[in-house]
Design a protein around this ligand. Structure first.
Ligand SMILES: Nc1ncnc2c1ncn2[C@@H]1O[C@H](COP(=O)(O)OP(=O)(O)OP(=O)(O)O)[C@@H](O)[C@H]1O
Length: 382
C-alpha cells in the first residue's frame, strides 16, 4: 500500500513535467490529471482530461503523459483514460489562467509586460520583418515574448514565423471557451488577424469599429500568460488600427521603421506623431534596407542615405529626450530568404549583417529599460 502511494506520488511528480504545448503550463497545474491509480503489478492508470473536444494538442499530451508515467521506476504499464473537461471545470480553469483578473485588456499600464508597437509611415519598408526578428531575438535571450499582428493590409507575421502551411494559410488558434490559445513559433506566442479570416480581402474591408473590436479581443482573450514583452505589428500609416491601439494601450512604446530615403521621413514622422497624440512614447527609429554590403566590403546605398536620421530628428522636435536611431539593418538576401522560409534571419543566419544589426537592436531594447508613461509609480508625496 505504502509502496503504491509512493509510486503514485512519483508518477504525479513525473507528470508535473509534462507541459501543455498550447497553454505552456504543466498538465498537473491545469486540472488535466484527474487521478493516478496504481494497480497490482505496477500498472498505472492515468485519468487525463483535455480542455476541449478535438483539442489539437491531444495526441502530443497523451504521448507525453504516457512517456512520463512510463519513465518512473517500478511502472510496468501505463493506461491513459482520456476524457474532456466539464464546462464548469473548464470555466474554473480559464478563470484561474486569467489569474482572477476581470475580463479586459491584459496589458494595463500597471502590468509588468513591456508593450512595443512597431509602425511605419508606408508599406513595404520591412516593418513586419523587423518586428518578427526582434520578437525571436528577444525570445532567444530568454524573454517571454508575444507578438500581435494587426496589420490588416498584409498580415505577414504567421508566414514570417513559419506558422503557415504550404498554401500560406495560418493555423486557427484553439479556443477554450472565450480564451484563445496562441500558436507558438520560435518560442514566441503569435496571434494574427490572418488566423481568423478566410480570405485576405475580408479584413482589408473592415472599418473602424470592427477593427477596434478585433484588436481589443486580441488583447483581452488571447492567453499570453506572463510576458516580458508584447510586440505589435501595426499597419503602415495612421489609420484606425493605430488609433485603436493608442486608445487601448496608451502606455505602449513605439518603434518607427523607415528606409534610408530621406523623402519618406515625413510619412514616417506622421505615424510617430499619431502614437504620441494618444500618449504613447516613440522610443526609437529603425532604418531598414540601409545599403547593400558588396562582396568587397563596400556598401551600395540603393535607397539613398539619411532617412533614419531625418525621421529621428523630426520626431525629436519638442521632446525632452531626443528619439534615437536604434539601428540600421542592411539589405540582405538571407533576411529575405528567412522571411520566405519562416525562419527569421536572427536564428537562421545569425552571422549575416542584417541579423547582427537586428540582434543588436533587440539587445538595445532590453537595456534601454521601459518607459514610465502611464504607470503608477507607487510614490506618495509627504
Ligand atoms: N533588409 C532587407 N533586405 C532584404 N529584403 C528585405 C529587407 N527588409 C524587408 N525585406 C523584404 O521586403 C518585403 C517587405 O517586407 P515586410 O513585409 O516586412 O514589410 P512591411 O513594411 O511590413 O510591409 P506591409 O506593412 O506593407 O506589410 C519582404 O519581402 C521582405 O522580405
Amino acid at each position: 500500500m505504502a509502496d503504491d502511494e509512493q509510486l503514485g506520488g512519483a508518477v504525479l511528480a513525473a507528470l508535473s513535467r509534462v507541459i501543455d504545448p498550447e497553454i505552456r503550463r504543466p498538465v498537473t497545474e491545469l486540472d488535466m490529471i484527474r487521478g493516478v491509480d496504481v494497480q497490482p503489478g505496477g500498472t498505472v492508470r492515468v485519468d487525463l482530461q483535455l480542455t476541449i473536444t478535438g483539442c489539437p494538442a491531444a495526441d502530443t499530451i497523451e504521448r507525453d503523459v504516457r512517456a512520463a508515467a512510463g519513465s518512473v521506476d517500478g511502472v510496468t504499464a501505463v493506461d491513459v483514460d482520456v476524457s474532456v473537461m466539464s464546462p464548469a471545470t473548464r470555466a474554473a480553469l480559464t478563470d484561474r489562467l486569467r489569474a482572477g483578473r476581470p475580463r479586459g485588456v491584459q496589458f494595463t499600464p500597471d502590468s509588468l509586460t513591456r508593450v512595443v508597437a512597431v509602425t511605419s509611415g508606408k508599406g513595404g519598408v520591412g516593418k513586419s520583418t523587423v518586428a518578427a526578428n526582434l520578437a525571436v531575438a528577444l525570445a532567444a535571450r530568454g524573454q517571454r515574448v508575444g507578438i500581435v499582428d494587426v496589420d490588416v493590409h498584409g498580415f505577414s507575421i504567421p508566414g514570417l514565423m513559419g506558422l503557415t502551411d504550404e498554401h500560406g494559410v495560418a493555423p486557427r488558434p484553439t479556443r477554450v471557451d472565450s480564451m484563445i490559445l496562441p500558436p507558438v513559433a520560435h518560442d514566441v506566442k503569435v496571434v494574427s488577424i490572418g488566423m481568423f479570416v478566410d480570405d485576405v480581402s475580408t479584413a482589408v474591408s473592415w472599418r473602424g469599429p470592427m477593427l477596434h473590436r478585433t484588436v481589443s479581443q486580441f488583447l483581452t482573450d488571447v492567453f499570453f500568460g506572463d510576458l516580458d514583452v508584447l510586440l505589435l505589428d501595426l499597419p503602415p500609416g495612421t489609420g484606425d488600427v493605430a488609433i485603436s491601439v493608442g486608445q487601448l494601450l496608451p502606455h505602449a512604446e513605439v518603434l518607427v521603421v523607415t528606409t534610408p530615403q530621406a523623402a519618406a521621413a515625413d510619412v514616417a514622422e506622421r505615424s510617430g506623431i499619431v502614437a504620441r497624440q494618444t500618449g504613447q512614447r516613440v522610443i526609437g527609429v529603425v532604418e531598414n534596407m540601409a545599403g547593400l554590403v558588396q562582396p568587397d566590403g563596400s556598401v551600395l546605398h540603393l535607397f539613398g542615405e539619411g532617412g533614419g536620421d531625418e525621421t529621428a530628428a523630426r520626431l525629436s522636435r519638442g521632446q525632452d529626450a531626443p528619439v534615437p536611431v536604434l539601428g540600421r539593418v542592411p539589405l540582405s538576401v538571407p533576411l529575405r530568404e528567412g522571411g520566405d522560409s519562416g525562419v527569421p534571419v536572427v536564428l537562421g543566419a545569425p552571422d549575416d549583417h542584417a541579423a547582427v544589426a537586428l540582434t543588436a537592436i533587440a539587445e538595445r531594447l532590453t537595456t534601454m529599460g521601459r518607459g514610465l508613461a502611464g504607470r503608477k509609480l507607487g510614490l506618495s508625496v509627504g
